[in-house]
Design a protein around this ligand. Structure first.
Ligand code: ADP
Ligand code: MG
Ligand code: ZN
Length: 476
C-alpha cells in the first residue's frame, strides 16, 4: 500500500522595520533585556496601539510579489491566550479578513515547476521571550521582542514531500530578502516555520495532521517532516490513528514529542480589536507599491542567462541574494568584455574563497572593481588563469590591487618568444630521450614538453606561445 504525504506550512516572517508594529520602540536585535519597551508593548492598561504603516506597506508588497489579492480594507483582531511572555493577554493579529489572500509561489521540482497555493498573509505582533536556561529554577522574561511586526504566510496543503517543503521555504526566504521586507535570518528567529504534516492512501481525503514546531533550519525541517511521515505511517499500519496535535522537534535526538493535543488546544476566542481602525490601503497607494516592486529572483535569473549568456547554474548562484546580483553586475560593468569570465571567477573562485574564510560578498576583502582589475590582466595576457588564482589568494589576504601583486611578485607572463625559446632549448637538452622518441613519431610527448616548459617558467610562460614555439623547435 503506498502512502501520500501532505504538507502545509505556516511561516512567521519578521518584517524589517526600525520600530515595532504598534508603538515606537526599537526592534534592534541583541539589546539588554527589557530596554526596548514602553507602556504599549508592555501591555499597560489604557494604552492605545498605533499601526506601523511601513509594516503594512511591506506586507502588501509581499502580497503583490506572490500574486495575491490585496484586501484594500483588512481588519485587526485579538487572539486571546495566557502566557507569561504575552503581557496584554492577547496578541493583535488578523483573523477573518487578512491583508492578503489567494497567492501562490512557483517552486522548482525535479520534473519542472510546481505551483504552491498561499492561502493568506496576515499581519501580527510577536510575543516576548521566556528564558529558562542556566537560571537555577526561575524563569526570566525579555519583552524586547514583544510587539515586533510579523507576517504570517500560510500555504495550502499542496506539498507532497519534505523536499518540496524545503524548496518552497527556500523560495519564500529568497523572495522576502529580495523584497527587502525581512532580513529573514533564521538564527535570529526572523524566519520561523511550522509544518503541518499528514499522510493518506492515494485518492483518499486529507488525513489528520500533526503540527511540527520549532523548525529553525532547512535541514531540520526536512528531517522533522521525514520523521513525522514515517511515524504516522507506522502508527496507521499498526492499527492506530493519528491524533491532531502539536509536536516539538528535537534536532539533537532527531525525533519529535507531543506538546499538546487538540483537546488541550487553545480556544483563542478571537474577537475584533476595538482599539485599531480597519487597515485601509487606497488603490493609488497600492499602485505606488506595485510600481516600486524590485526585479524578482526569477526575472533576474532569466535576464542573467539571456543578457550575459550565463549557464542556468551560474545564473542561479549569482541571484541567490540581491547583494550577489548587484556585485556581479558591477563586476561586469568594470570588465564588460567577458561576462562569462566574470561569472566564473566570481561564482567559483571568489565565492569559494569567501566561504572558506567565513566571509560573504558584503564583507569581501576584494571589491568588484579589484576583481575586474585581475580579470583585465588575464584578458591582456599579462598573467595566465593559473597564476591569477595565486594573485587572487594574495588579494584576499592583503586587499591589494592585482597589478601591485603581479609587479611585486614578478608574476608577469612571459610572452617574449626569445625567453621562451631559451627555456625550450634547455628542456630539450635535459630530455634527450623524450626528444628522440618525439622525433620518431611519438606525438603524445608534446604534452610532456609543454609541461616541462611551463614548470621551468614557474607557470609564467604564455601557454599559447609555448605551444607554438615547441611545435617549431621540437621538429628540429
Ligand atoms: P491552524 O491555524 O489551526 O493551524 P489552519 O486551517 O490555518 O489551522 O491550517 C494551518 C496549515 O495547515 C495550513 O498551512 C494548511 O495548509 C495546513 N493543513 C490543513 N490541513 C492539512 C492536512 N490535512 N495535512 C497537512 N496540512 C494541512
Ligand atoms: Mg497552525
Ligand atoms: Zn513599545
Amino acid at each position: 500500500m503506498s502512502w501520500e504525504t501532505v504538507i502545509g506550512l505556516e511561516v512567521h516572517v519578521q518584517i524589517n522595520s526600525k520600530t515595532k508594529a504598534f508603538c515606537g520602540c526599537s526592534t534592534t536585535f541583541g539589546a539588554d533585556p527589557n530596554t526596548q519597551t514602553c507602556p504599549v508593548c508592555l501591555g499597560m492598561p489604557g494604552q492605545l496601539p498605533v499601526l506601523n504603516t511601513e509594516a503594512a506597506r511591506k506586507s502588501a508588497l509581499t502580497g503583490l510579489a506572490i500574486n495575491g489579492q490585496i484586501n484594500l480594507e483588512s481588519k485587526f483582531d485579538r487572539k486571546n491566550y495566557f502566557y507569561p511572555d504575552l503581557p496584554k493577554g492577547y496578541q493583535i493579529t488578523q483573523f477573518p479578513v487578512p491583508i492578503v489572500e489567494f497567492g501562490h509561489l512557483d517552486i522548482p521540482v525535479p520534473d519542472g515547476i510546481k505551483r504552491i497555493g498561499i492561502t493568506r498573509i496576515h499581519m501580527e505582533e510577536d510575543a516576548g521571550k521566556s528564558m529558562h536556561e542556566g537560571l537555577d529554577g526561575v524563569s526570566h522574561i525579555d519583552l524586547n521582542r514583544s510587539g515586533v511586526p510579523l507576517m504570517e504566510i500560510v500555504s495550502e496543503p499542496d506539498m507532497r514531500c519534505a523536499d518540496e517543503a524545503v524548496a518552497y521555504l527556500k523560495q519564500l526566504h529568497q523572495l522576502v530578502r529580495f523584497l527587502n521586507v525581512s532580513g529573514a535570518d533564521m538564527e535570529k528567529g526572523q524566519f520561523r516555520c511550522d509544518a503541518n504534516v499528514s499522510v493518506r492512501r492515494f485518492g483518499e481525503p486529507l488525513g489528520t495532521r500533526a503540527e511540527l514546531k520549532n523548525l529553525n533550519s532547512f535541514r531540520f525541517i526536512k528531517q522533522a517532516i521525514e520523521y513525522e511521515v514515517a511515524r504516522q505511517i507506522e502508527l496507521i499500519e499498526d492499527g492506530g490513528e493519528v491524533v491532531q496535535e502539536t509536536r516539538l522537534y528535537d534536532s539533537v535526538k532527531g525525533e519529535s514529542r507531543s506538546m499538546r493535543s487538540k483537546e488541550e488546544a487553545h480556544d483563542y476566542r478571537y474577537f475584533p480589536e476595538p482599539d485599531l481602525p480597519p487597515l485601509r490601503i487606497s488603490q493609488q497607494e497600492l499602485d505606488a507599491i506595485r510600481a516600486g516592486m524590485p526585479e524578482l529572483p526569477g526575472a533576474l535569473r532569466a535576464r542573467f542567462e539571456t543578457e550575459f549568456g550565463l549557464s542556468s547554474y551560474d545564473a542561479d548562484v549569482l541571484t541567490q541574494t540581491r547583494e550577489l546580483a548587484v556585485w556581479y553586475e558591477s563586476l561586469v560593468a568594470a570588465h564588460p568584455a567577458d561576462p562569462k569570465r566574470c561569472a566564473n571567477w566570481m561564482a567559483n573562485e571568489l565565492l569559494g574563497r569567501l566561504k572558506e574564510s567565513g566571509l560573504n560578498i558584503s564583507s569581501s576583502p576584494v571589491s568588484a572593481l579589484r576583481l575586474a582589475g585581475l580579470l583585465d590582466r588575464i584578458a591582456d595576457n599579462t598573467i595566465s588563469g593559473k597564476i591569477a588564482k595565486d594573485v587572487l589568494d594574495a588579494m584576499m589576504a592583503s586587499g591589494d590591487h592585482a597589478d601591485a601583486i603581479i609587479e611585486s611578485k614578478g608574476l608577469k607572463q612571459v610572452s617574449d618568444s626569445g625567453a621562451i625559446d631559451d627555456m625550450i632549448v634547455k628542456v630539450m637538452a635535459d630530455n634527450p630521450q623524450q626528444l628522440e622518441q618525439f622525433r620518431a613519431g611519438k606525438d603524445k610527448l608534446m604534452g610532456f614538453f609543454v609541461g616541462q616548459v611551463m614548470k621551468a617558467s614557474k607557470g609564467q610562460a604564455n601557454p599559447a606561445m609555448v605551444n607554438q614555439r615547441l611545435n617549431k623547435l621540437l621538429k628540429g
